[in-house]
Design a protein around this ligand. Structure first.
Ligand code: NI
Length: 384
């Protein structure tokens, strides 16, 4: 093709970074992405995309043909108080783009612009999905229900990645990110005076026993060849030094790759919480839910990405499996594709803080590489 994605993307690098900084300064939480999606829609309309709205999400199409490739970016931020010193720091107290979704939106807007400028060279249709609520909101499901995958033959999405050196595109075959779920429980005993425990049912030692017993699910019930995680992440109960509280609440998450391990963890979590509470005469109310399935890339589509990266001189490498999770998994359950990582770690610039950290930042000098890859995938897929 006459189009060189890398030099085209480099040519609009400043614009991509400016978009990212603007989104970064104005973070919006899940399903509140009004401003972000309005800006994206205005650009997309100007560039000639046909637009379908799904709440704060956008499905934007360009080109015609038998094949459709979808490219997805998520737009939501997190309820975190930013603690960086950058000029483009969040202007909104308690909200921050601490996962890089600002960059995902900016990179895909850059790709949108280049694709539109070269639309007559397209052989198929390109669909851009700007998705709300990746962070615990399953925005992907809403977009799918809104028709985002209708007629789509393959889908790709990027996540900026702190565990890869800056500028490296991480590609993985098969399982990449974990399935995830969450649980919450109330252990209800009988409150009383700290001096008369025999007259109370103390939920604190019961909850403690539950926390320790939950640790045995992975160590004693998961086949050591396989993998899983159970983490208790919140425990609350009691207010005074001499009062036995009525109840203690617990929260946590579990992760897995094999669906049967996910089911086993759910079953054992319920048995442990219910069983231990009962043993001590307390009552337990709990719910245990799946959040997202594992993110599993298609080998064929990962091959396609590697081929395209080689052809256009984009640096790529393997990326490690992670117990992190992503609602991109829902798209991959229905359509072949690949979730890709873009390395952003740059120790010289002090860009080392993990995703969801209040000092998280991105090496912006590599954002155009994500855009270039998206453009290259769109044009190569339409002629593959
Ligand atoms: Ni994220």
């Amino acid at each position: 093709m006459s189009l060189d994605p890398l030099s085209e993307a480099k040519g609009i690098e400043k614009e991509i970074i400016a978009w990212r900084r603007d989104f970064h300064m104005h973070p919006e939480l899940k399903y509140e992405e009004e401003r972000t999606s309005k800006i994206a829609e205005e650009h997309l309309r100007k560039w000639g995309y046909s637009i379908k709205r799904v709440g704060t999400g956008i499905i934007a199409d360009i080109g015609e043909g038998n094949k459709t490739i979808a490219l997805r970016a998520d737009m939501d931020a997190l309820p975190i108080q930013e603690e960086t010193d950058v000029s483009y720091k969040s202007r909104i107290p308690g909200k921050m783009h601490a996962c890089g979704h600002d960059a995902h939106t900016a990179m895909l807007l850059g790709a949108a612009k280049i694709i539109a400028e070269h639309r007559e060279e397209l052989n198929g249709r390109v669909r851009l999905i700007f998705q709300p609520a990746e962070e615990g909101g399953n925005g992907a499901v809403r977009m799918i229900e809104g028709g985002a995958l209708e007629g789509v033959n393959a889908i790709f999405g990027f996540h900026v990645w702190m565990d890869l050196p800056s500028g490296v595109i991480g590609i993985r075959d098969g399982p990449f990110l974990a399935g995830a779920g969450f649980f919450g429980a109330r252990i209800i005993g009988k409150g009383g005076h700290g001096a008369f425990p025999h007259e109370a049912i103390d939920p604190i030692p019961i909850a403690s026993e539950i926390v320790l017993a939950l640790q045995t699910i992975v160590s004693r019930n998961v086949n050591p060849i396989e993998t899983g995680v159970v983490s208790v992440t919140a425990i609350n109960g009691g207010t005074a030094f001499n009062v036995i509280p009525e109840e203690v609440t617990l929260k946590g998450t579990f992760r897995y790759y094999q669906p049967e391990i996910g089911e086993m963890i759910k079953r054992r979590t319920a048995e442990v919480i219910g069983g231990i509470a009962k043993t001590h005469g307390a009552r337990a109310e709990f719910d245990i839910n799946n959040l997202v399935p594992p993110t599993i890339n298609s080998r064929e589509m990962a091959d396609f990405v590697r081929k395209v990266a080689r052809r256009y001189g984009l640096r790529w490498g393997k990326v490690a499996m992670s117990m992190g999770a992503e609602d991109f998994a829902y798209y991959l359950q229905r359509v072949p594709g690949a979730f890709l990582a873009l390395g952003i770690r740059n120790e010289e610039k002090g860009i080392i803080y993990p995703h969801h950290h209040p000092r998280f930042d991105i090496d912006e000098d590599v954002l155009h590489l994500g855009t270039a890859m998206e453009v290259a995938l769109a044009f190569e897929f339409s002629r593959s």
